[in-house]
Write a protein that binds this ligand. Structure first.
Ligand code: NAD
Length: 352
């Protein structure tokens, strides 16, 4: 590691521990809030309504229409609900979709945010918002987007289905792997990335066996917090560019796509970033790409883009899009090499 670096920490208050959902009211008050609009997806509506009820007079109501990729039309409905109930802050209860809605509201009106994160995607600790309007996804980065308080309560993740836990955990690991070789990496993000990968590597096999193991669930949340923090702090590379392309232009699901692509992108960068990836590679038996592939396979994760319904005939267009305006990457981004990577990921071949 070079001794020249710049490290800017994102200010966030992290409240961690099983049972910490009970602290939401205190956290709202400490932010100066008195009426919170509780946000969720339709799937987590009951949990959101229970929380709103338990908040008593601090709960202003529930908006439960959060959706994947933060459609602007939904944000506008939520803004109207926020005004209608006279809210002065938001509580987002859920994964990246719900958190995205809270961020979109905060970006527009400065609402303070308390996030109760229930997946491993990591959005809760980034100042980044991706939103979609008429099928076009745009990304903004702004200090107002970063949630002020994040609550991690493993009890709320006990019901996260095993398949989603696995893909969401691998999604988190992808932030850390790319953080290790980020152009603007620094010693602190490297520590966080390795510790995050270690936590998730330990936790996910236990969760597959015993989804209600609170210690393993806590370990996974701890790992995902660290990986998410890396995502929010340094720049991402080829892996995230490919996943954004596949999600944005081919409508592939977020966490599953990350899970499938990670072994292949790690392998693509293995030689160019060998020194910084070495400690992570060691955790997976020496070779990061094939080690991650075997790990994902042992967890029952999807391994091939074709399993997600992607057509082989779309691979050429995906490669063209992925090399257009490429993100910085340790290994030069070459169209033929990326096309080959995509072919392997599509068929589910083990990286060599
Ligand atoms: P998600 O939020 O879309 O959740 C998927 C489904 O699982 C939803 O129905 C949700 O209600 C449900 N769910 C969530 N937690 C649950 C739990 N504990 N138990 C049972 N069901 C639960 O999924 P995600 O992968 O967390 O988020 C994906 C979205 O987040 C994408 O749109 C992605 O682009 C975005 N994202 C953004 C950032 C960022 O920094 N801006 C980072 C990561 C992801």
């Amino acid at each position: 590691m070079s001794h020249d670096f710049i490290y800017t920490a994102n200010p966030a208050r992290i409240v961690f521990g099983p049972g910490s959902l009970a602290k939401v009211a205190d956290e709202i008050r400490q932010l100066g809030g008195s009426r919170a609009l509780v946000l969720s997806t339709p799937f987590q509506r009951e949990d959101a309504e229970r929380l709103n009820h338990e908040l008593g007079e601090l709960g202003a109501g529930v908006f439960f229409e959060a959706a994947m990729h933060t459609p602007v039309a939904v944000t506008e409905q939520a803004m109207a609900a926020y005004a209608e109930v006279g809210a002065d802050c938001v509580v987002a209860l859920g994964g990246g979709s719900t958190i995205g809605l809270g961020k979109a509201i905060a970006y527009r009106n400065g609402a303070p945010q308390v996030v109760v994160a229930t997946t491993y995607a990591g959005s809760e600790v980034t100042p980044i918002l991706g939103q979609t309007e008429e099928g076009v996804k745009t990304t903004v980065k702004d200090a107002s987007i970063l949630p002020e308080v994040v609550i991690y309560d493993a009890n709320l993740t006990l019901g996260l289905p095993v398949g989603m836990s696995v893909t969401s955990g691998l999604n988190a690991m992808a932030h850390a792997v790319e953080g290790l070789y980020a152009k603007d990496r620094n010693p602190i993000t490297a520590l966080m990335a390795l510790e995050g990968i270690r936590g998730l590597k330990e936790a996910l096999p236990v969760i597959v066996e015993r989804p209600d193991d609170v210690a393993a669930r806590s370990n996974a949340l701890y790992g995902s917090w660290l990986c998410g923090t890396v995502l929010g702090t340094v720049g991402m590379a080829l892996h995230h560019k490919l996943c954004h392309t596949l999600g944005g232009s081919f409508d592939l699901p977020h966490a599953e796509t990350h899970a499938i692509m990670l072994p292949h992108t790690a392998s693509y960068n293995a030689r160019a970033a060998a020194d910084v990836l070495a400690p992570a590679a060691e955790l997976f038996g020496g070779e990061l790409g094939s080690g991650l592939y075997d790990f994902a396979k042992s967890l029952g994760a999807p391994l091939a883009l074709k399993e997600l319904g992607m057509a082989e005939s779309d691979l050429d267009r995906a490669a063209d899009l992925a090399v257009k305006n490429p993100y910085w990457n340790p290994q030069p981004v070459q169209r033929d090499a990326v096309r080959e990577l995509l072919q392997r990921a599509w068929s589910g071949a083990r990286p060599e």
